[in-house]
Design a protein around this ligand. Structure first.
Ligand SMILES: Nc1ncnc2c1ncn2[C@@H]1O[C@H](COP(=O)(O)OP(=O)(O)OP(=O)(O)O)[C@@H](O)[C@H]1O
Ligand SMILES: [Mg+2]
Length: 257
């Protein structure tokens, strides 16, 4: 059992400094700095279109910043050579909001995609490892041979999560893991995320609009508004943040307590 809490607040596993990020002339972030600590569950919060996904993409090699540095696992990732870049990429898992599974493949084959691509493991080993992750995300053994069209929304998300975990990444990025799920499945997904962190020491960075997730599972988070990161900290600290653009979202949850 890992004593995960000992790692918290101590070692940044990912750090962005002074990022400017634009699509052509359209500047999305002017000067973004933040850090994600090892083994914490970190949130990217902000209104729709505020640039949460864009920020996350700078950490997983999908969007190069116009300025600034991104350090992941101790490496300045955007200055790495291709070979070293691959090494970092393989230690990073990600699941997109609409992270579709391959419809022509069974769940087990979907989960094993990265192993088939990046390892020399035998077919049997690939199947065994894929099965481990299938069970780890809470799917039943019988789901292995189903096709994506035969799965519920919650099961699809779990299968996509298993696919993102199959290379045992150190850090996992999730873009709105609860979107489209009913409240019961959404809470089950939250519990799974916490379990992955607690049992594996995994760092999780996630975009979310879900007030229940914010209050129940995030250790720290940032809030983006109007091209700036206006807050970075935890729930205790956000209470003192008077100009919170998401105040309504925070109040809506408080009223439920
Ligand atoms: N590939 C792209 N090319 C041009 N503009 C883009 C591209 N991707 C995103 N944008 C724009 O950048 C801005 C930020 O988008 P982003 O997807 O990062 O926001 P978001 O905070 O994740 O929003 P949502 O909550 O709706 O998912 C939006 O105005 C969007 O239209
Ligand atoms: Mg988004």
């Amino acid at each position: 059992m890992l004593h995960v809490k000992e790692f918290n607040e101590k070692h940044p596993i990912a750090e962005a400094k002074n990022l400017k990020v634009a699509y052509g002339d359209k500047v999305i972030h002017e000067n973004a700095s933040f850090h994600i600590n090892e083994a914490e569950i970190y949130g990217f919060l902000g209104g729709s279109g505020s640039g949460k996904t864009t920020l996350m993409k700078t950490l997983i090699y999908l969007k190069e910043p116009d300025r600034g540095t991104v350090t992941m696992l101790g490496k300045d990732i955007w200055s790495l050579k291709l070979k070293d870049r691959e090494k970092i990429k393989l230690q990073t898992g990600f699941m997109f909001q609409f992270g579709a599974l391959f419809s022509s493949m069974s769940v087990l084959d979907n989960i094993g995609v990265m192993l088939r691509e990046y390892s020399n493991l035998s077919k049997k080993d690939v199947e065994d490892i894929s099965m481990f992750w299938l069970l780890k995300v809470g799917l039943k053994k019988e789901a292995a041979n189903l096709f994506p069209s035969e799965l519920s929304g919650g099961m699809k998300k779990r299968a996509a999560l298993a696919r993102a975990l199959v290379l045992s990444p150190k850090i996992l990025f999730l873009d709105e893991p609860n979107s489209g799920l009913d409240p019961v499945s959404a809470r089950a997904m939250d519990r799974l995320i916490v379990d992955l962190r607690d049992s594996l020491g995994l760092t999780v960075a996630m975009v979310t609009h879900d007030a229940d997730s914010i209050f129940s599972i995030l250790d720290r988070f940032l809030i983006v508004n109007d091209k700036k990161i206006v807050f970075e900290g935890n729930l205790e600290e956000v209470k003192d943040f008077k100009e919170n653009p998401l105040q309504e979202l925070f109040d809506s949850r408080k009223m439920k307590d």
